[in-house]
Design a protein around this ligand. Structure first.
Ligand code: XIL
Length: 678
């Protein structure tokens, strides 16, 4: 937001606010709002910020019943065999990724997350590795394998099983014999995790095993000691995968204790390969409930879709029968996550006989928030005399929040960067002024940051009068940003024709699997959208259209667009100026980034975020809820946000401040949703 000289806007705001919203939707029909029930496994898991995944076989992707269930029910995918060593490096140094790519690309195209399975495992290991006897050779081969495979999918895999099944069954609690242990010693596990961290710092690194679900088992204790040791010595490990291949009795009574005890070491836990002989509904429910009861249990994967797809197919251990019908264990699983099983298809196009609900919209229609006090204030220095810090953008990456914001004051506009590990430290973080990088001095404002996974680069999008961007391979290096480049040669004609006396502001990029979209506002009631392909980005933005319109102050500026995790929904937020002259946010949803936007919470009495649905700890330090950013679930160009317990970093202002817009004392605070039902 905030081109210079926007005096008076905050007062002149009453006109037109009560006018009905009219949204322009080129080329799309306006349908009824989506069903808001979460009636599928993925959408229901997403309500608590979790994923629900399935192991997928590339060879079955041509089977429509299989893919129908996969796409309807699951929001995470593990390659059942295609990323294993024998599949990816069948002979030394010669890598084959075609089948793994098929799974990865298909999942990405549908917004499903990817688990990586597995890098170092004694099984499904090609003979040439098994016959290595020299430690240096094996170490080199192992590191090269980890690095090459992780690099291939860098930035696209949420969790990697770095080492699989290294511990022995039975009472020893020790590692099993394998070429890795026998030639390299037990230190191979540590070596593998260290190599993995450098290869893809964004992926969670997991140790994965079976028969570690019962707390008192020697094998569980052995793995626990290893993870505790890694954490105490700073060896990188982020999660423990419990395979959960259960007999008909289901999980042991201590299963939840085991999950909690691992989590207490400071790692996530995930149920990675769930299947249960004969699939008793109670056994499934108990397993799922244990995960739901442990905050750091972040997701569940079942090892296949239909019984006929299972590696244990003789035991019928999965959630769908051979014809693809839901089994009783399916309803038990959905119910254990708090979902509602349904028997009526709710949308045409739902596969026949599936008893399926839609991949439902997970966002509620009303919002309530509590706000922090002021968390981030400007820090002037010898060359920066700053009145306000504003327009924050934020990602969480590598255990830190990375915040970029505009600063404004008598010395003009600039961008600033800070990072910190939790909000209590936000106020004391160092502010790095980006005019010291190649971004340079001059008007630069309203940043947006994301990782563009296809290019493995961070992008900072901002306004300079044009829509500009800089890139950086390392988000934590404030000096690493490239000089500004423009997305457009000049302002697109449609904007020139509609901008009136407004300003072209608040450029925002979001991509789906095929296209990237650039949204912008004009302080005159229009939201614009241009598009290019994922392959061409950052070039080729064309076809600029009016994506939405309303009266000037009802659709003013500072728009954000997000993908809602685990649903087929996108969320649009636009800042408006209310009848009281104060800033607030309205919201819309759509099934497509290029589609029509349907009102969600979009009025002054039912706003997305406005002073009237925000409670403050001790007196309101602001009456404006202005330009900011949602805390995202990930950090890439899909801008995925969780469906639950939303958080929004925003700019607020001492209510008695006034005068020159560019000298207003904006500060940053955090909203946390208080009416989340998940
Ligand atoms: C299994 C696959 O499901 C089979 O298709 C394959 O023949 C053997 O491997 N633990 C694991 C998984 O970590 O990789 C295994 O998957 C099942 C046990």
């Amino acid at each position: 937001m905030n081109l210079l000289k926007r005096l008076g806007c905050r007062r002149a705001s009453v006109l037109g606010l009560l006018a009905a919203t009219v949204l322009v939707t080129p080329g799309t029909a306006t349908g009824a709002p989506d069903d808001v029930r979460a009636g599928t496994l993925g959408a229901q898991a997403a309500q608590s910020g979790r994923y629900f995944g399935a192991a997928v076989a590339a060879g079955k992707l041509g089977d429509g019943t299989y893919t129908g269930i996969l796409d309807r029910e699951f929001n995470s995918v593990t390659a059942e065999n295609e990323m294993k060593w024998d599949a990816t490096e069948p002979s030394r140094g010669s890598f084959t990724f075609s089948r793994a790519d098929q799974i990865a690309q298909r999942a990405q195209a549908r917004g499903q997350r990817l688990r990586g399975h597995t890098l170092v495992w004694h099984s499904q290991l090609p003979g040439w590795v098994n016959s290595i006897r020299d430690a240096n050779t094996l170490r080199g081969v192992m590191n090269n394998h980890i690095t090459t495979v992780m690099n291939r999918y860098k930035g696209r895999i949420h969790s990697w099983d770095v080492v699989n099944e290294a511990f022995a069954d039975g009472g020893s609690g020790q590692m099993r014999g394998s070429v890795f242990r026998d030639v390299l010693g037990t230190g191979f596990v540590e070596q593998a995790f260290r190599t993995a961290r450098s290869a893809d710092p964004a992926a969670k690194l997991c140790y994965n095993d079976y028969n570690i679900e019962n707390w008192s088992d020697a094998k569980t204790q052995g793995v626990y000691r290893m993870v505790r040791d890694f954490k105490s010595r700073g060896v990188p490990i982020d999660c423990v995968g419990l395979q959960a291949h259960f007999g008909a009795g289901g999980p042991p009574g201590s299963f939840q204790t085991t999950l909690s005890n691992f989590a207490a070491l400071g790692v996530d836990v995930q149920i990675t390969e769930l299947d249960i002989a004969q699939a008793p509904p109670t056994a499934y429910a108990n397993t799922v409930r244990a995960c739901m009861n442990v905050a750091r249990c972040t997701g569940i994967t079942v090892w296949g879709i239909r019984d006929s797809d299972s590696w244990r197919s003789g035991e019928n251990p999965l959630l769908f029968d051979r014809s693809g019908n839901k089994k009783p264990a399916y309803n038990a699983t959905l119910t254990a996550m708090g979902g509602t099983p349904t028997t009526t298809p709710t949308r045409s196009g739902t596969p026949a006989g599936s008893n399926g609900a839609t991949n439902a919209a997970a966002l509620p229609g009303r919002y309530a928030w509590s706000s922090s006090g002021t968390l981030i204030s400007p820090k002037s220095d010898a060359t920066h005399n700053i009145a306000g810090i504003k327009d924050p953008t934020v990602v969480r990456y590598n255990g830190k929040y990375h915040v970029f914001a505009s600063t404004a004051g008598s010395s003009g506009y600039n961008l600033v960067y800070l990072n910190f590990s939790d909000w209590s430290q936000a106020g004391s973080a160092t502010h790095h002024y980006l005019d010291r990088s190649a971004i340079g001095k001059g008007y630069r404002a309203a940043p947006q940051v994301f990782y563009y996974a296809p290019q493995r680069l961070w992008y900072l999008v901002y306004q300079t009068g044009n829509a500009s961007y800089s890139t950086n391979p390392d988000i934590s290096n404030p000096n690493g940003w490239s000089a500004p480049r423009h997305f457009y040669s000049s302002m697109p004609d449609i904007i020139k024709q509609n901008i009136g006396d407004g300003h072209w502001v608040d450029m925002w990029v979001i991509c789906d699997s095929a296209n990237c979209y650039l949204f912008s506002s004009d302080d005159n009631g229009h939201l614009y959208r241009s598009q290019t392909t994922v392959g061409q980005f950052p070039n080729g933005f064309t076809n600029t259209v009016i994506a939405a319109r309303d009266s000037k102050y009802a659709m003013f500026e500072a728009s954000n667009v997000y993908k809602v995790q685990g649903s087929n929904q996108y969320l649009l937020l636009v800042e408006a100026i209310g009848s009281d002259g104060r800033r607030y946010f309205r919201s819309w949803t759509s099934n497509s980034l290029a589609g029509s936007w349907t009102q969600l919470a979009a009025s002054e009495s039912n706003p997305f975020a406005r002073a009237n649905n925000v409670s403050f700890p001790s007196g309101s330090w602001t009456r404006d809820i202005s330009h900011g950013e949602m805390i995202r679930a990930g950090h890439d160009q899909t801008l995925t946000i969780p469906a639950c317990r939303l958080q929004y970093l925003y700019q607020g202002l001492n209510p008695s401040a006034g005068g020159n817009y560019d000298l207003l004392p904006w500060r940053l605070g955090l909203l946390t949703q208080t009416n989340s039902t998940c």
